[in-house]
Write a protein that binds this ligand. Structure first.
Ligand SMILES: O=C(O)[C@H](O)[C@@H](O)[C@H](O)[C@H](O)COP(=O)(O)O
Length: 241
């Protein structure tokens, strides 16, 4: 939130990419419960998602639904700054939905660019090292042309999803990875030890200015001892960016 205030001061508006998953929702709930929540002019913040589950609008399992319940629907927004992925009950198929979101991204590109300026991108990390809906050993992690892809046979239900591709994720100024629990220790350890992005997609994540890992101690159980360049911040309070 402190960074958001700085961004609004600097640019007049800010753009954030949200993640699905329990950690993504936990972050938003904390913001919603924060006494500082209403010190921010949220109407100047644009919200995008890193991925979405191919489900009907309003389905409880959609990342958009969970983000709205955790924070967005408590901010009094008019909806024009909430850029949700299409839903499966809106008359277009999965591939067309990927196209629609790609066009929406292009329509909001910042000056001289082909994409919006993502100031902060949140990413949860799966136990297998997936981020957004880019899963190990699937073609999506290697996609570098398209900005948004249709995902089928996702190992994490539902099987059909939509996802930003890695180059789009990495176009973000800051990427904040949010992961906790012993079941993430292997993915974090491998991604910091330089695993291939095909095996551990999280290993391919790198913000243009910074990549911060917000973790609990259990998730760091397998972080390589020799890490020097990468700092692990135990809490948001430790991290300045
Ligand atoms: O649609 C989704 O499920 C998320 O976008 C996904 O990428 C999630 O962030 C990870 O699976 C981590 O989820 P947890 O934080 O719940 O472990």
């Amino acid at each position: 939130m402190t960074k958001m205030v700085d961004l609004l001061d600097e640019f007049g508006e800010a753009t954030v990419v949200l993640t699905g998953g329990t950690m993504g929702s936990a972050v938003l709930s904390e913001i919603n419960n924060s006494p500082a929540r209403d010190t921010l002019d949220w109407s100047r913040v644009h919200f995008w998602w890193g991925d979405e589950r191919w489900l009907p609008r309003g389905d409880a399992e959609r990342n958009e639904t969970q983000a709205r319940e955790a924070l967005l629907d408590h901010l009094g927004l008019d909806g024009s700054t909430i850029h949700a992925f299409p839903a499966s009950d809106e008359g277009i198929d999965l591939d067309a939905a990927a196209e629609v979101y790609a066009l929406e991204l292009a329509a909001h590109a910042h000056e001289g660019a082909t994409l919006p300026r993502f100031d902060i991108t949140f990413l949860g990390v799966g136990p297998d090292g997936h981020v957004a809906s880019l899963f190990p050993e699937q073609p999506g992690i290697r996609e570098t042309e398209a900005t948004v892809i249709a995902v089928r046979n996702a190992p994490k239900p539902p099987p059909e999803r939509l996802s930003l591709t890695l180059p789009v994720i990495n176009s973000s100024t800051r990427i904040w990875m949010v992961l906790a629990g012993a079941d993430k220790a292997s993915a974090l350890g491998l991604s910091l030890a330089g695993a291939s992005i095909n095996e551990v997609p999280a290993a391919g994540v790198e913000g243009r200015r910074s990549t911060l890992y917000y973790v609990d101690r259990e998730a760091t159980a397998e972080v390589p001892e020799n890490l020097t360049a990468t700092e692990i911040f135990w809490t948001a309070a430790d991290a300045t960016d």
